[in-house]
Write a protein that binds this ligand. Sequence first.
Ligand code: SAM
Ligand code: SF4
Ligand code: SF4
Length: 337
Amino acid sequence: MLSDIYRRELRDLRISVTDRCNFRCTYCMPFDEYVWIDREELLSFEEITRLTRLFVELGVSKVRLTGGEPLLRSELQTLIKQLGEVPGLSDICLTTNASRLVEKADSLRAAGLSRINISLDTLDEEKFKRMTKREDLPKVLNGIFAAKASGFKPIKINMVVERGVNDDEIIPMVDFCREHELSLRFIEYMDVGNANGWASNKIVSKKEILERIHDVYPTQDGDRERVSDPAIQYAFSDNRGDIGFIASVTEPFCTNCTRARLTADGKLVTCLFSNDGLDLKTFLRNGATDDAITDVITSVWNKRSDRYSDERLEALNSSEGYNPRRQTKIEMITLGG
Ligand code: SAM
Ligand code: SF4
Ligand code: SF4
């Protein structure tokens, strides 16, 4: 089993299948124009599947397809079918904004997709428009219901909470998810990329969100499902569902981070806050053997020393404070959230 310098194994692979997105979420990619990856630079499904097979041989058991908006990549179900044939890969998941799910949910399920996470930050049309710069809330809601109707279970709803923007939507979102048997996960607003104007006073911490919910719907003590799982889960005391927290800023989990990322143009990135990655596509397209590619991945992972969120918390708690612009980062739509 591969291990980095802090003895963290390589277990999970997040694959960005496109950097394009039909939304412009203010906390992720608010710019209309951006230097998009050229189509011929995108990894083909065969290239993605080959790399995934090598990652699985090195210890990965779970793959998440993401982006950008992964449902903008045409024929995604074909990739899912191909990944389903990789020996030893037990879990293929998808993170999506759900705007195209009505058309695609059935075919994704039939292709063998194991699970879906859907991003939704508000049930209010005006706030939705303000946060995504689009008017697609009805499509997203219908996409959620289509995923349920196709048989995906559990469906996780990811909500990024930004102070003064949608923190008044916490209880309405809990109500909605309890009513529709969806598993709601709160994500602390992070300083991903360089475009979102993040500031620490915009974060609503896990502690605060949990207290606000607990006052209305008491919860029981939380825990992680797996030690490397970023989310801490809490069950409601009345047994009507659960909520999760990805508290990357206030309770970082770098110590157990077993995730690698593959960008849509084939770069291996070892942290969400990295400023660069290793170009595996060039190896693929220059005819490298499986052994040669495996050696490169091994050498990158063995040297991995990322612990950005731990360092951020140390800086936030220090007298100097934390400067989110201390280094340029790859945008989240490019490296795959
Ligand atoms: N487009 C898809 C979607 O929105 O679900 C997949 C890609 S998106 C980059 C993956 C996840 O990253 C989403 O759940 C989104 O809410 C989250 N995300 C994006 N920017 C974030 C930020 N600044 N802080 C916390 N989470 C963020
Ligand atoms: Fe929003 Fe996801 Fe698109 Fe980022 S990639 S702008 S989070 S929909
Ligand atoms: Fe993993 Fe980097 Fe996030 Fe830490 S900051 S949990 S190392 S991706």
